[in-house]
Every structure is written in structure tokens, then in C-alpha cells.
Design a protein around this ligand. Structure first.
Ligand SMILES: [Zn+2]
Length: 89
């Protein structure tokens, strides 16, 4: 999810990302479509080499912003699973 980013910043992120995109690499849009699902898998302890497609892995290696977004999402899901958010929300 990227609602925390301003539209302009998000657009710039997408542009930066597309410029660096390789032929066998997912772009930001493709990554965004998979991110929620991927985060659920990874937060549940799934093996990243099994659930993360090579195209997505390539994208994460080149796009620090997207890799961080995924990490944050996984951290939130893990906290949720552990009931750590109950006290906060
Ligand atoms: Zn990206």
C-alpha cells in the first residue's frame, strides 16, 4: 500500500523505477499488484525463494523504495499476527 505517499512522489517513484526496469524485471505496477499477497506469504514464514517470482526479486533488488514498502508491510502483518497491534489500535 502506498497511500502514505503524495501522488507526485509516487509518480516520481514510478518514473525512477521504470527507467531502471530490465526486460526480465517486474515494474512498480506489477509489483504493487503482488505486494499484498507476497507480504501475507512472507509474514507467515513462507520461503521467499518459493513465493517471490524472479521478476519480482529483480525488481526488489533494483528498487529500494519497493523493497522497503514490502518490508514495512511484512512487519505490520507480523505484528498483527502476534497481537502486538491490539494494544495500539
Ligand atoms: Zn518499484
Amino acid at each position: 500500500m502506498s497511500e502514505h505517499q503524495q501522488p507526485i512522489e509516487r509518480l516520481q517513484t514510478l518514473i525512477d523505477c521504470l527507467q531502471k526496469t530490465l526486460d526480465d524485471e517486474a515494474d512498480c505496477i506489477e509489483f504493487d499488484l503482488e505486494m499484498d499477497c507476497l507480504a501475507e506469504w512472507l509474514a507467515s514464514g513462507a520461503d521467499p525463494t518459493l513465493v517471490v517470482k524472479p521478476r519480482i526479486q529483480a525488481h526488489l533488488a533494483h528498487s529500494r523504495d519497493c523493497a522497503e514498502e514490502l518490508e514495512v508491510l511484512i512487519a505490520i502483518l507480523r505484528a498483527e499476527q502476534n497481537g502486538l497491534l491490539d494494544d495500539i489500535l
